[in-house]
Design a protein around this ligand. Structure first.
Ligand SMILES: *Cc1c(COP(=O)(O)O)cnc(C)c1O
Length: 476
């Protein structure tokens, strides 16, 4: 063999000593960076031309190339003025935990392979279950994201509620604002598209429970088997929270599983000021909860919680002969028996480190700052003429559009699209559009603890400046 791992380790030591302080100051100077880095074509071509070499290259050269061409070429979702999609403000504590965890390369599949990490995962999950108001029977595990959490919970729902014979006539209920990962998950676990009902939402984008009741009753009459309702606590588009208590009552009445997709919004439970908004979540059977959205974790870090842990065991434990030596004993837990993954990273450790150092109170205050940011945006918008609020500030999200009179709907769609483009091109803030009530609207989702009131207000004033420029060009 013509490589020497000792040499590699020595060279790495030097590079890592430069890397960590450089990275910390990069986070410190994040506000001076453009939110959306523009990927230039020449750079991509250069990357493509590298290829996979037969003979190795010097470490320092590869290291520098990664910094210059790959890592820094991104839309910074962790930027304090990134208001697009669901941003991800990241605590350096989380990436420190990531570095440590991947350095130790723990296998978090079973107690035998990583008892300390398994214990921490149990502790964090129990804390989350407690916030959700779940009883002692509850549990769960960390998975890669909200999509996997939804899929995992839906598999448990299917196995808990349906016989093999019922599967082909089973029906699941979502709303018009349910995240697309739910339909994807249902598809992956074997349901046809015609087994998913999209229930309309009310004027505040919450699932219309009268329409839900009607659909369930009709389906039952038609010989279908309603088995799960997916409620959302904090929709991705507008932050709306479905009527959890009413949905739970309908589920109980019809022997259905209630899943709450809280990938985005369950983090509100950490805030003592706003947790009351999620009242009713304790009545659900399962919850998805992303820590890599509103709780400052690096990707990927998401929990799926179930009210009765035996439901996950029934769906996911396999006990093959080659894992018998690692079977869990009393009071131990093998996470590979609770979810789809066998080999899995210890995703809870970085979160644990963040929780230990920050404490839950300041994490809660960070969530509350998001609410405040959206409120400031709304306040600034209300000072301007020609702007229309489509969905008011709630859970750190606000949707609005520039809508002066005498401009056609088609043109308004174009102008609003253009406004989002101009502010994003400017590098100052990242804003993208979405669609609500068949209109193209601007959407701000603001979660970063370091975003200031002045930055939020300036963003709105900038949007207005671009809007006025565009509409005056239109009337020329
Ligand atoms: C983001 C989101 C998801 C998907 O989560 P990933 O972590 O991206 O897989 C699911 N549901 C809701 C409501 C979300 O906001």
């Amino acid at each position: 063999m013509n490589f020497n791992m000792n040499d590699q380790r020595n060279q790495m030591g030097e590079l890592m000593q430069e890397f960590i302080p450089a990275m910390l100051s990069s986070y410190e100077n994040m506000k001076s960076k453009d939110v959306f880095g523009i990927t230039d074509k020449a750079l991509i071509e250069r990357l493509r031309s590298i290829g996979i070499p037969k003979e190795g290259r010097p470490l320092r050269e590869v290291f520098q190339e990664m910094l210059d061409s790959v890592y820094t070429n991104q839309a910074y979702l962790q930027h304090p003025r990134c208001f697009a999609f669901i941003p991800c403000p990241v605590s350096p504590l989380s990436w420190m935990g990531d570095i440590m965890t991947s350095a130790y390369d723990l296998h978090a599949g079973s107690w035998m392979l990583s008892s300390g990490a398994s214990c921490i995962e149990q502790e964090v999950i129990q804390w989350m279950c407690g916030l959700a108001g779940y009883p002692q029977t509850a549990g769960g595990l960390f998975v890669s994201g909200g999509s996997m959490a939804n899929l995992t919970a839906l598999a448990a729902a299917r196995d808990a509620k349906l016989t093999d014979e019922e599967r082909t006539r089973a029906v699941a209920y979502v709303s018009e604002q349910t995240h697309s990962s739910v339909a994807k998950g249902l598809h992956i676990i074997g349901f046809r598209r015609d087994q998913v009902r999209k229930i309309p939402t009310d004027s505040a984008f919450r699932m219309d429970t009268r329409a839900l009741r009607k659909a369930i009753e009709q389906d039952t009459k038609d010989g279908h088997r309603p088995f799960v309702v997916v409620a959302t606590a904090g929709t991705t588009n507008v932050g709306s929270i479905d009527p959890l208590t009413e949905i739970s009552a309908l589920c109980k009445e019809h022997d259905m599983w209630m899943h709450v997709d809280g990938a985005y919004g369950a983090s509100i439970l950490v805030s003592s000021k706003y947790r009351h908004l999620l009242r009713g979540i304790e009545l659900s059977d399962s919850i998805s909860w992303d820590a890599h959205k509103w709780l400052m974790q690096t990707y990927s870090c998401s929990a799926v919680l179930v009210k009765d842990l035996t439901n996950l065991e029934q769906s996911f434990s396999t006990h093959p002969e080659y894992l018998k030596d690692a079977a869990a004993k009393k009071d131990q837990i093998n996470f590979w028996d609770l979810g789809p993954e066998l080999t899995r990273p210890a995703r809870s450790l970085k979160f644990w480190i963040t929780l230990q150092v920050m404490g839950t109170e300041s994490l809660g205050q960070m969530v509350e700052h998001g609410f405040q940011l959206a409120q400031w945006a709304e306040d600034e918008l209300k000072k301007l003429s020609d702007w229309e609020i489509i969905s008011p500030a709630q859970q750190a999200i606000i949707n609005f559009r520039y809508a002066p009179k005498d401009i056609s709907e088609n043109q308004l769609d174009c102008i609003n699209q253009q406004i989002a483009q101009e502010i994003s091109d400017s590098g100052y803030a990242g804003i993208v559009t979405t669609e609500l009530n068949e209109k193209k609207v601007l959407r701000i989702c603001a979660l970063h603890p370091e975003t200031t009131e002045e930055e939020m207000r300036k963003t709105i004033r900038l949007l207005n400046r671009y809007a006025c420029g565009l509409s005056s060009r239109l009337s020329d």
